[in-house]
Ligand binder design. Sequence first.
Ligand code: RIB
Length: 308
Amino acid sequence: MYDYDLLVVGSANADLVIGVERRPGAGETVLGSDLAVHPGGKGANQAVAAARLGARTALLARVGDDAHGRLLLDSQRAAGVDTAGVLVGGAPTGVALITVDPSGDNSIVVSPGANGRLTPADVRAAASLLHASRVVSAQLEIPLETVVEVVRGLAPDSRFVLNPSPPRPLPPEVLAACDPLIVNEHEAKVLLGEDGVEDGVEGSVSDAPEDWARLLLAKGPRSVVVTLGAEGALVASAQGVTRLPAVKVTAVDTTGAGDAFTAALAWRLGAGSSLAEAAAYASRVGAAAVTGQGAQDSFPTAAEVEAL
Ligand code: RIB
């Protein structure tokens, strides 16, 4: 019935990556590795991750008419993503400046560029793509009003998945559509804001991810997933809260692992898995994704996930 298992509406960035012994503090200069340029961006990463797993995937995004834009389009097409919805022009392609330390942790600064020009009108013009997609996924490296338009344009029985990264307060209309809302610790705390403050104690946010999940659920999403890195993940819905163990691997570069997790989860949900089953599978995909350098280059195939 649907042409696509997953439509990703989101960002596409050229990732400019430097390895460092430690990330610099304010006012400090450190020397790092040679520069590597990889295709990235949370939306483009999700699309490549899903397609590599075997999902019929499309991307609605905007890139510049430049070398970075062509790098991103090539990467999408090589993974088998339908790029008919990728618009070109209006601003330079988004760029992410990334430092990665020896533990695999990263720091990222994004210049949105063309991502910031993906407008509600672009979403309305892509209505046929939205109606052809079983699951639609978004992030927040594109304008929030564009994400609102995505929610308004969903087919009646399609499913919406949101990773609110980078986080900002969300309107009730968007929160109510999320099934699930997928957050890490930082994103959970930003979205909870004052609601995460324990017993009215100023500045004291509960340390229990189960509490974050319950409080987030009370804000309107149909379900919530909290990713906890090496501590695994937990899923929450009206049926209750379930914690899932982490898959143990040695991290080389965590960039894009959350995007691979989200894409895998969205795809499995569309295929009929329960939230806990889909999150368990997504944890294995996310684990595989941290074992290689860069974002998209490290995403596994379904066979590689099975072998993990
Ligand atoms: O989630 C990882 C991504 O965040 C990187 O690829 C970078 O482009 C930023 O968007």
